[in-house]
Design a protein around this ligand. Structure first.
Ligand code: CO
Length: 138
């Protein structure tokens, strides 16, 4: 079902400091910050040759990242995103096998403009997993 690792998302307490670490210390190509109000985050994309890192910073009062940062004040890996060809088929297969989808089970448009869903971390070894519909692999 799953294809490529699309990105690893890291919650950060200081976006400018995180950008400086990736751009200036690690020498990576880093995007401008991008607000995603539906997900309560500001995102910076770090482009690597084989995948992306997303730096997530809380946006708004109900950001899901805020709780995470309260528990992990220096930041931490927040989720992994795997590509799927058809998000509805993937969802139905996962649910048929007893895996829980977070929220109302309807895909939302994610930071890349593609439909995403999140899977319950307790069903996947304590890891929050995002599945993202990507039609053609680039
Ligand atoms: Co993501």
């Amino acid at each position: 079902m799953i294809g490529r690792l699309n990105h690893v998302a890291i919650a950060v307490p200081d976006l400018n400091a995180a950008v400086a670490s990736y751009r200036d210390v690690l020498g990576a190509k880093v995007s401008a910050p991008h607000d995603v109000p539906d997900h309560g985050v500001t995102v910076v994309f770090v482009e690597l040759p084989n995948t992306k890192i997303e730096l997530l910073y809380p946006l708004g009062d109900n950001s899901p990242i805020k709780n995470f940062l309260d528990k992990n004040p220096s930041g931490g890996i927040h989720h992994l995103s795997y590509e799927v060809k058809n998000i509805y088929e993937a969802r139905d297969q996962l649910q048929a096998q007893g895996r829980r989808i977070l929220g109302d089970g309807e895909p939302k448009i994610g930071a890349h403009g593609t439909p995403v869903l999140f899977l319950h971390p307790k069903d996947f070894n304590g890891t929050l997993i995002e599945i993202e519909e990507v039609k053609a692999s680039s």
